[in-house]
Design a protein around this ligand. Structure first.
Ligand SMILES: [Zn+2]
Length: 215
């Protein structure tokens, strides 16, 4: 443990994913002196990751972090499913994402469609499910910012790339989707299970929302 905050601790390295990129943070425990301390929220603060934890853990202590893997794995499935849905929407209709969020129960994605078409959304999710079940590999690699900007389709989030980042992490689902992304994914789309359409909602101009889940 290398530093303290009022509400938590900073470690020299961590497996905990901090809240961000439309994904919830990991939860789990930090083990110190034979005792387990609950970690209920993890967030980024500048370059460091803060683990919210109660308890007297001194700076310099050697600790072990354990994430709630079952919960994390479900988030990885929902997140990878989001990429498959986005890939289908982009390659078939050329639409970009204007927002998204994932909870443990479900995910939603907003697309830049002008018109609301529930049947079309159902078709997109059905196609995504079919593709996922084919078993496509998910590859992670790194690319320089210039390369990312030059590659069509790499930045599907309608907002621009975060400034000040020179090398970006690229997540490619072979044959389906490739984009700059910092979140956790499964290694093959087969792990997702079934992607299910839940509902569609019009949340504004150029923001048509799909709710989906995996099971
Ligand atoms: Zn992602």
């Amino acid at each position: 443990m290398i530093d303290r905050r009022e509400n938590g601790v900073v470690l020299d390295r961590t497996a905990f994913y901090p809240r961000g990129g439309g994904l919830p943070s990991d939860v789990g425990v930090i083990v110190y002196g034979g005792k387990e301390f609950s970690v209920n929220f993890v967030y980024s603060e500048g370059d460091v990751v803060v683990h919210e934890v109660q308890g007297d853990i001194p700076v310099g202590a050697t600790v072990t972090g354990k994430i709630d893997w079952e919960r994390r794995y479900r988030i990885m499935k929902l997140h990878t499913a989001a990429h498959v849905i986005v890939g289908v929407a982009y390659s078939n209709f050329g639409v970009l994402i204007t927002g998204g969020d994932i909870t443990l129960e479900k995910g939603h994605l907003d697309f830049s469609f002008e018109r609301m078409d529930r049947e079309l959304f159902k078709q997109i999710v059905a196609e995504a499910d079919k593709l996922a079940k084919e078993g496509h590999n998910v590859k992670i690699y790194y690319m320089k910012r210039e390369g990312v900007l030059k590659t069509p389709g790499l930045v599907k989030l309608a907002e621009k790339l975060p400034p000040k980042i020179d090398v970006l992490r690229i997540v490619e689902i072979e044959g389906i989707d490739v984009q700059a992304d910092g979140g956790p994914h499964v290694a093959n789309t087969k792990e997702i299970g079934t992607i299910k359409f839940l509902k569609a909602k019009n949340v504004g101009k150029g923001r048509k929302r799909i709710y989906y889940t995996v099971e």
